[in-house]
Design a protein around this ligand. Structure first.
Ligand code: C6P
Length: 405
């Protein structure tokens, strides 16, 4: 498909609605993306035609559902260039994937071992590691960032030692839009024998990571950020790690054999997929991946970069407006404040004009503490946004400033 913005927009039913009497301008894509009819249709088709439990029945519906679910797993494997389909574990989303890995490491880490996270992590990338440290006696270290919202690589190198067992960093910061140099981060961690988990919650809607090329040990993301449904995501883990880590939950489908004396576990990926999964979600995630690939990630990236550049230039024309996250490698997120005005007030006024942005700490309080601010207004753009929508945002922010100053 060539990049036909009007055609793309017509795929998203929600984009034609109004909010408060204005056309919806949806700029909260980092929180969750909107869904094209191709994904909505996949959900309706599943529940209308072949809803059944998977891996369990010999009947036709169960086999159709199993085939569709496993086909989605293969699609996702191909998309991320994982070596094996069994390395793709369906989860409830990024948070679930991170907790699954943290649980596995609770049996590996010893007192005095070290885990490194970055200063620009989402709470779901901080709290599970703090809980893990409390349980194991491991120590949490933090890679600092500079005023631009860029990680200080020289400090990262100093933190690494043979005590480092796990490095955890997001691919793209949800609050700043910074794209982190994960290839370099992974290479350095591997030199001291540490494993790396990358949080791809914010990256996978903008770029297409090649997991084998990155040589990453674990990678997590959520379908809902990628035009798929909520409540489903994936954890990629190298097969060797999958065989090493203990299962997260016990239950149906994750076993090889159960007796009251002893249970043995199924192989990958089922070992980590206890209970009835989000079958429809997995299938619809596959449909979302197809949709994004049909548009093409090069085209998506090019359009979003144009939106980012235009929005940055236009917003900076407003006196007193400061953008947080000004590094050279950035995705289409603009986090800002206007001097003397609370971000919540700006968010409330622009909503009255039909514009959806997120305000607050964005589940990344340490970033706000670093800048000594309560929060920001965050406009996050997707490939279906337009330059006219950027204009609408800028005009609405100007209006808000006038009303609140
Ligand atoms: N960030 C945002 O508005 P879940 O909720 O599990 O799908 O994703 C959690 C998560 C983890 N890491 C990063 C970098 C994220 O951005 C998010 C979700 C949303 O920024 C909702 S808080």
């Amino acid at each position: 498909m060539s990049f036909n913005l009007q055609k793309i927009r017509s795929d998203f039913p929600i984009l034609s609605r109004e909010v408060n009497g204005y056309p919806l301008v949806y700029l909260d894509n980092a929180a969750t993306s909107q869904k094209p009819k191709q994904v909505i249709d996949a959900i309706v088709d599943y529940y209308s035609n072949y809803n059944a439990n998977i891996h369990r029945g010999v009947h036709t519906l169960s086999q159709e559902a199993t085939d569709a679910y496993e086909a989605a797993r293969h699609k996702i494997q191909a998309h991320f260039n994982a070596k094996e389909a069994c390395e793709i574990i369906f989860t409830a989303g990024t948070t679930h994937g991170i907790n699954l890995v943290a649980n596995g490491f609770s049996e590996i880490l010893k007192k005095g071992d070290e885990i490194i996270v970055s200063a620009m992590e989402h709470h779901s990338n901080i709290v599970p590691w703090q809980m893990l440290c409390e349980k194991t006696g491991a120590v949490l270290k933090v890679i600092p960032m500079n005023e631009e919202g860029v990680l200080v690589f020289s400090e990262y190198k100093k933190l690494l030692s043979n005590k480092t067992k796990l490095v955890f960093v997001n691919h793209i910061s949800n609050a700043l839009g910074t794209i982190n140099p994960i290839k370099k981060i992974i290479e350095k961690a591997h030199q001291v024998g540490a494993a790396v988990l990358v949080d791809g919650a914010q990256s996978c809607s903008h770029i297409k990571p090649d997991l084998q090329k990155l040589d990453v040990d674990f990678y997590v993301t959520s379908a809902h950020k990628m035009c798929g449904p909520t409540g489903v995501g994936i954890l990629y883990m190298k097969e060797a790690w999958g065989n090493k880590l203990a299962p997260y939950q016990g239950g149906g489908e994750m076993i090889a054999e159960v007796t009251f004396e002893k249970t043995t576990y199924a192989g990958l990926p089922h070992k980590f997929e206890a209970g009835t999964p989000n079958i429809c979600g997995g299938i619809a995630f596959g449909a979302a991946i197809d949709y994004l690939n049909e548009i093409g990630f090069e085209a998506i990236e090019a359009h979003e970069n144009e939106l980012l550049k235009y929005a940055t230039e236009q917003l900076l024309e407003i006196e007193g407006l400061k953008i947080y996250g000004t590094g050279p490698d950035k995705t289409s997120v603009v986090s800002f404040n206007i001097e003397g005005i609370h971000p919540y007030d700006i968010g409330t006024i622009v909503d009255k004009l039909g514009i959806a942005v997120r305000t607050g700490h964005h589940c990344a309080q340490p970033i706000m503490d670093f800048y000594k601010i309560p929060g920001t207004v965050r406009a996050s753009f997707a490939f279906y946004n337009t330059l006219e929508e950027v204009d609408a945002l800028v005009n609405a922010v100007k209006k808000a400033k006038m009303m609140l100053s």
